[in-house]
Design a protein around this ligand. Structure first.
Ligand code: FAD
Ligand code: EPU
Length: 345
């Protein structure tokens, strides 16, 4: 399906009232290539979009927004594991539920993360002690210029905390069209986070983990279908061991997570909360009252309201703690992605 000048309000979970010059819902790879060629001919930019749950549109998009709607889940069983090939337009949470219904565990900690399967490798989605990289076998990537599909092995995806090669070298002119997952038959529950630590590893079932994760998420995170938001607005910052120790002397109860490389991850939500910013509002944009890391569209916010609020939060945290937060959310301008830190500086 292809539409001229369309509203993106239902295609971004912040529910910002922005438009695109053209909107294409691509059900087949051929449609994606055609839409790209058309945009090239018009000398207009193109943006590939999933469910818009990790983007902030700063203004109308002056080209084609192409929504990935490729469907299909194939499951192949082997002695030690299930191998899944999932088309990029499948909904992530639907996949998690579907695997559990089929008696296949392994994705339960990643329940209720909004968005599409094809977007999951881009920031290596993670929650409750698991990241996509632990189950991802490969990513199928369409090169829009050549029309060829390359299979990128998981070790070449350069996965990191909210990071992958798909945010860098393999960003422009490429579309993720499929994802391969390997789910081990030998299941061991991951119960290190939050309320999951209360579950008994000897008797717990994948479904109980799934339900506990869903309950925790529902209690903290706003439902985008009711209150616009894009999940954590900022990434949790990584600081040196020295900086973490200095902060800990002043704030002994500060949550901190030492990493293998000697760096220490801090909780951005805690830093923002300590600045008493919960509920703080600029225009229609506010800091969520249950989780300070989430910025919400509280009352018909404009893109400028969200940017002004994010800038205020970032500056306030920096002046109290000397730590500069970086957005996790991707900032989209009229012709493509912008450097979010530069926009907020
Ligand atoms: P979009 O927002 O549509 O796109 C994200 C970026 O990827 C854009 O730059 C887009 O251009 C690009 N893109 C999209 N599809 C493709 C494709 N097929 N090929 C190439 N590029 C593409 N994230 C976590 O990691 N953990 C969480 O726990 C979590 N919780 C969240 C909770 C809430 C309430 C919300 C709203 C968001 C949360 N997120 C979380 C963020 C979000 O769910 C993930 O980043 C998700 O993977 C985004 O999927 P999407 O389809 O909406 O991507
Ligand atoms: N905290 C506060 N006040 C707050 C928020 C958090 O004190 O307002 C404290 C908590 O008490 C806890 C710590 O900060 O000690 C961490 O909070 P939480 O467990 O809620 O997780 P988070 O670090 O804020 C991260 C991810 C989430 C993911 C959860 C669960 C990032 C940027 N965010 O949040 O991912 O769901 O852990 O694993 O890494 C997303 O990326 O959009 C997202 C929602």
């Amino acid at each position: 399906m292809s539409t001229e000048s369309a509203s993106l309000k239902n295609h971004n979970t912040f529910a910002l009232p922005v438009n695109a010059a053209h909107l294409v819902i691509a059900e087949q790879i051929e449609m994606m290539i055609k839409a790209w060629q058309k945009a090239q001919k018009r000398k207009e930019p193109m943006l590939v979009l999933g469910e818009g749950s990790n983007v902030l549109f700063l203004e109308d998009f002056a080209g084609t927004v192409m929504i990935n709607n490729l469907k299909g889940i194939e499951i192949r069983e082997q002695d030690d594991a299930w191998h899944l090939h999932v088309s990029a337009g499948e909904n992530w949470h639907h996949l998690v539920s579907h695997t559990l219904e089929c008696g296949i565990p392994g994705l339960e900690n990643l329940a209720l993360i909004p968005g599409l399967v094809g977007s999951a490798p881009i920031q290596n989605i993670g929650a409750y002690g698991i990241e996509l990289k632990q189950v991802c076998e490969y990513v199928d990537l369409l090169d829009l210029t050549t029309g060829e599909i390359d299979r990128i092995d998981h070790q070449d995806c350069e996965f990191g905390y909210r990071e992958s090669i798909f945010k860098h070298e393999l960003k422009d002119g490429f579309v993720i069209v499929g994802v391969g997952l390997r789910l081990n038959k030998q299941w061991s529950p991951q119960l290190n986070y939050g309320d999951l630590t209360k579950l008994d590893p000897q008797t717990v079932t994948p479904l109980q983990v799934f339900e506990s994760v869903c309950a925790m998420r529902r209690s903290k995170l706003p439902d985008p279908s009711i209150t616009g938001n894009a999940g954590s607005f900022f990434k949790n910052p990584l600081v040196s061991g020295e900086t973490a120790n200095e902060l800990l002397t002043q704030y002994p109860s500060m949550p901190h997570y030492p990493q293998q490389d000697g760096q220490v991850k801090l909780a951005a939500g805690w830093l923002i909360d300590q600045c008493s910013l919960k509920g703080y509002q600029i225009g229609g944009a506010a800091v969520h009252r249950q989780q300070a890391l989430v910025l919400v569209n509280a009352d018909n916010a404009s893109s400028q309201d969200v940017v002004a609020l994010a800038r205020h939060v970032r500056n306030t945290v920096a002046s109290k703690f000397g730590v500069w937060l970086e957005p996790e959310v991707r900032f989209i301008g009229a012709i493509g992605e912008l450097n979010a830190v530069e926009v907020l500086s």
